[in-house]
Ligand binder design. Structure first.
Ligand code: ADP
Length: 260
């Protein structure tokens, strides 16, 4: 009787260890797959502007007497592609830097009202071009221990998107509130919205709902990945609520004090 119990116990332990081992292997395989997918996405994204530039340059070279006007036009197109390549490389560099130094925050006591006001002030001229109004609604004065530069980048990305994926003459509202533990920032817009089934995906690197629209507005598909990364570094959370053709609201929750 004893023998059998020992035998059974031993067997179930082996089974547990083997389950844990299999789970670990599965996780490693998932990580390797996502690494490979990322590398292949990066290569593709970096190649696209190069391909356009090559086509533009070749078509100029193939015509012996290109009028100066056409030359100028093609050169302008090439400059746009160079800017695009530059934006992708810059975004990739910020992502890689954050991956490497996770937890390495430059923490100081930051007035969040001032920080948000400055972000909106900088973006108002961009919004005005499309007749979009930016409004800040502060329910209280909030100071928090956080990384001001990183959070400025995170919230700038959200407000920029709210402008980019909006309708002409629309609005963007940013609101700030807090309780004894967290502060909450909401960025709402009257824009095109995000289809329900894609709302989980938009935080993935290089994911865009509409590639053409993202390209037109100079998007790299990395903005929300960067924003989420920064919020995670602060032990915060971000969620999205959206309805197509009505608008989108991103809600961010960040602890008032973060471990540096
Ligand atoms: P992008 O550089 O393309 O803007 P992001 O990572 O910032 O990349 O966003 C990913 C995608 O999520 C965008 O391409 C867009 O399709 C969608 N998106 C982000 N913010 C909004 C928003 N406020 N309204 C509608 N769609 C949005």
């Amino acid at each position: 009787y004893f023998d059998e119990e020992i035998h059974l116990k031993g067997y179930s332990e082996i089974e547990t260890i083997s389950d844990a081992f299999n789970a670990m292997l599965k996780r490693l395989k998932e990580l390797e797959d996502s690494r490979q997918e990322f590398v292949s996405n990066v290569s593709h994204e970096l190649k696209t502007p190069l391909t356009s530039m090559k086509v533009l340059a070749e078509s100029l070279n193939s015509q012996p007497d290109t009028p100066l006007e056409l030359y100028k036009e093609f050169m302008q197109d090439i400059a746009v592609e160079i800017d695009r390549e530059d934006a992708i490389i810059n975004d990739l560099l910020s992502l890689v830097k954050m991956d490497k130094k996770a937890g390495d925050l430059n923490v100081s006591n930051v007035n969040i009202n001032d920080m948000l006001e400055l972000i909106l002030k900088r973006l108002r001229p961009v919004a005005a071009k499309r007749g979009i109004e930016l409004v800040l609604e502060s329910f209280r004065t909030v100071t928090a221990d956080c990384d001001e530069m990183k959070l400025t980048l995170a919230f700038t990305n959200l407000v920029e998107n709210a402008i980019k994926y909006n309708i002409a003459g629309g609005w963007v509202q940013v609101s700030l509130d807090a309780d004894h533990k967290f502060f909450y920032v909401k960025v709402s817009d009257s824009g095109i919205g995000i289809p329900e089934e894609l709302q989980d995906k938009i935080f993935e690197r290089f994911f865009r709902v509409d590639k053409a629209r993202s390209r037109e507005t100079g998007g790299t598909g990395l903005g929300l990945a960067i924003t989420k990364n920064i919020i995670m570094m602060h032990d915060g959370a971000i969620k999205v609520k959206s309805k197509e053709d009505e608008g989108t609201t991103f809600t961010v929750r960040i602890p008032l004090t973060v471990e540096s």
